[in-house]
Design a binder for this molecule. Structure first.
Ligand SMILES: C[S@@+](CC[C@H](N)C(=O)[O-])C[C@H]1O[C@@H](n2cnc3c(N)ncnc32)[C@H](O)[C@@H]1O
Length: 201
């Protein structure tokens, strides 16, 4: 029998949703991780891309890297952003794919979805839609996506194998994964796994 060390999945999801509701609703607060425009600058997102977006597109950005530094996205392609948050990366991808392409952002936190949908509407990005869902059960058909991007999300999922299985299910043959995430090189102690505050960070 497998021993479950991490918190129960529902408890964990609720705590993560609580944390990222705060990031969506109160981006002016200080968190124990970088966020917003200062973070985008640290991660060297091109100034010209950011200049095209309103402040609400970037103020709740909470990624850990820049997935666009890993490869190109072409006009007309279909992109999936797993854990799209307030939609910063999704909006950049939407500009890259243009009106003939498609970008789907998936997130489990209502406040993030509400914010990203509102900003996308303001920008008139009709090629961009946001869906509620989980990284472990993506609301996206098999073999339908050219590029999966994800920024700072898989580390938050308790079942990483399920998340990666979903990535490979939805990618078309020859599709690409541009992943920005946290990697640890040492086993994570049980006491850390049991601490819900450390999971949600
Ligand atoms: C660190 S934020 C990153 C958001 C966005 N990628 C960005 O770079 O700003 C993590 C986001 O992932 C979402 N999330 C966490 N676990 C998830 C899961 N299992 N399925 C879907 N979304 C998840 C949270 O709701 C939150 O919006």
């Amino acid at each position: 029998m497998a021993i479950q060390v991490a918190p129960e999945i529902e408890t964990l999801r609720k705590e993560i949703q609580k944390k990222y509701t705060e990031v969506a609703s109160n981006p002016e607060l200080t968190f124990h991780f970088h966020h917003g425009l200062p973070l985008a600058k640290i991660l060297e997102y091109p100034e010209e891309l950011m200049a095209e977006l309103p402040p609400e597109a970037v103020e709740s950005f909470a990624g850990v890297g820049n997935p666009f530094s890993l490869g190109e996205i072409a006009p007309g392609e279909t992109v999936l952003d797993i854990g799209s948050g307030s939609g910063f990366d999704s909006m950049i991808a939407a500009k890259m794919v243009g009106p003939t392409g498609k970008v789907i952002g998936v997130d489990m936190t209502d406040a993030m979805l509400e914010k990203s949908r509102k900003t996308a509407k303001t920008l008139g990005l009709t090629q961009l839609e946001f869906k509620k869902g989980y990284a472990e059960e993506l609301p996206v058909p098999d073999r339908s996506v050219d590029v999966v991007i994800s920024n700072g999300v898989i580390n938050l999922t308790p079942d990483k194998s399920a998340s990666f299985n979903e990535v490979f299910r939805v990618l078309k043959p020859g599709g690409r994964l541009y992943l920005a995430d946290i990697v640890v090189y040492k086993p994570v102690p049980d006491a850390v796994k049991e601490d819900v505050d450390l999971w949600t960070a």
